[in-house]
Ligand binder design. Structure first.
Ligand SMILES: *[C@@H]1O[C@H](CO)[C@@H](O)[C@H](O)[C@H]1NC(C)=O
Ligand SMILES: [Zn+2]
Length: 471
């Protein structure tokens, strides 16, 4: 009886706090936050976060460097050709139909391609996930959705700082009151301001200062909700931003003006969308279209889909059209005439430094005051799975790219990251249980000895032993 009591005490005392201490993770994207945006703005909160956690020099997004494809890479760890969300716009080459960005966020067929975002994988392994405004949130995946799921309404004000604070408090409430394990949270800035005024504008710098205040608010809100010891926070973005050359100062790329090229030879096209484009030539016209465009402009790159440089990982998907175009930084691809008015753009080659986003992380899983080298954003997914202790789906990233930033770097074996976590977790639980058990046994033995001495002294009284120990 004494020993079973000891076991019960050990299990009870150690079991409760351990299960409560399951790590939580918040993934935040500030759309279009370029890696170097903190260099010309005072950012006390981002600086504090770097001292308290990890800062990467920069990260490399997948190609194509636009919002929905790059966010789906964050959620899945797959390159764009492997997850299939190849554009911000849903399109159908048979009917010629296209749907704009916001409408495409609600187009289930566009997102539910067989690659599972981390919310669904986490929930299938017993965790609870949520997502607020993160691209990909509005639809279901194989019939499943995150436990908490909100997409912003149309005409949402992406700039309003009060709304940013309300979003932050809502997410912290999900962690605190609904006991969510993972949440992804999206802010539409500084992308909009970068597009409108350009990345070198004072307006962009002001918006970065607002992002910095938001980072301070996020960490303060986590403390207010009692989450500091449990919550890991990763802050990153989908792509950077590059200044567009002013109209009239350079020779613009206008496809209709290129000799030998005719839109008559094309049955479907996606152009007038920043520096990237795709064309579906009519039957028998592929070589004509290709030959006309190739070399037609010194800043226009033209590829047959299968000839695209392998490093771009943007060939091997049926949604990618037979001819892929992209322009050098500063240039846009126009169809019939220039209609694009943005002073800043993204969508360029992911090798360009202007396309690289920032990366920061803080929380109990992360080392402090550590600056790490650059890595590809496909590696954020296995890192997140490792922190959450879940088995990742097949993906293009690897924990080795980010392992050094972790407090507990895990077993360097051929184990996959999920197994590493389970091994560590089990070892920790095991050791804690043994230590706790030994402590309880020690206390019980000491008490028993004291009581026995006492009993010997009070030899005149005759009390049954089990009553003495039944405290
Ligand atoms: C920002 O949002 C808050 C809360 O919805 C609202 O009260 C306020 O008027 C908004 N401010 C601006 C400048 O739109
Ligand atoms: Zn974006």
């Amino acid at each position: 009886m004494l020993w079973s009591l000891c076991l019960l005490l050990a299990a009870g005392a150690l079991g409760a706090p351990l299960s409560k201490a399951r790590p939580k993770l918040l993934l935040i994207s500030f759309d279009g936050f370029r890696w170097d945006y903190d260099r010309d703005v005072d950012t006390p909160n981002l600086d504090q976060m770097a001292r308290d956690g990890v800062k990467a020099a920069y990260v490399t997004p997948p190609y194509i460097t636009i919002t929905s494809p790059a966010h789906f890479t964050l959620l899945t760890g797959r390159y764009v050709e492997n997850h299939g969300v190849v554009h911000n716009m849903w399109f159908n080459t048979a009917t010629g139909q296209k749907k704009p960005y916001y409408q495409t966020l609600h187009e289930g067929e566009w997102w539910d391609t067989g690659t599972l975002p981390i919310w669904i994988t986490a929930q299938r392994q017993g965790l609870k996930a949520g997502s607020l405004h993160f691209p990909g949130t509005a639809v279901s995946y194989q019939g499943e959705v995150p436990f908490r799921q909100e997409q912003e309404p149309p005409l949402h004000n992406y700039q309003n700082e009060t709304i940013w604070q309300q979003k932050t408090d809502k997410v912290m409430g999900w962690f605190r009151h609904d006991d969510l394990d993972f949440v992804s949270l999206y802010f539409g800035e500084p992308d909009s301001t970068g597009h409108l005024y350009g990345p070198d504008s004072p307006q962009r710098r002001q918006m970065v200062a607002q992002v910095d205040r938001a980072v301070g608010y996020i960490r303060q809100s986590a403390r207010r909700h009692g989450l500091s010891d449990l919550l890991n926070i990763i802050i990153t973005a989908d792509h950077g931003m590059s200044t567009v050359h002013r109209r009239g100062t350079v020779e613009e790329i206008i496809l209709a003006k290129i000799p030998g090229f005719s839109f008559q030879d094309v049955s479907f096209h996606l152009v007038d969308y920043g520096p990237a484009g795709m064309l579906l030539p009519k039957p028998g016209k592929l070589e004509t279209v290709y030959a006309a465009l190739k070399g037609a402009h010194p800043h226009l790159h033209v590829y047959r889909k299968e000839e695209l440089p392998q490093r771009l990982r943007f060939s091997n998907h049926p949604r990618i059209l037979p001819i892929v175009l992209f322009a050098d930084p500063g240039y846009l691809i126009n169809g019939y005439f220039p209609v694009q008015i943005n002073r800043g753009e993204h969508g360029f080659d992911n090798q360009e430094m202007d396309m690289k986003p920032f990366f920061r992380a803080v929380g109990p899983a992360f080392r402090q005051n550590l600056e790490v080298g650059p890595f590809e954003t496909v590696n954020i997914y296995p890192l997140m799975c490792h922190i959450l202790g879940i088995q990742p789906e097949v993906n293009d990233g690897h924990l080795d790219a980010t392992r050094d930033m972790l407090v507990s770097r895990g077993a360097r074996a051929s184990l996959s990251s999920g197994e590493t976590v389970n091994y560590q977790h089990n070892a920790f639980v095991g050791l804690s249980a043994v230590a706790g058990f030994l402590l309880v046994v020690f206390v019980v033995l000491v008490l028993q000895k004291i009581l026995l001495k006492k009993k010997r002294r009070e030899s005149s009284r005759n009390v049954p032993e089990d009553k003495q120990t039944g405290f």
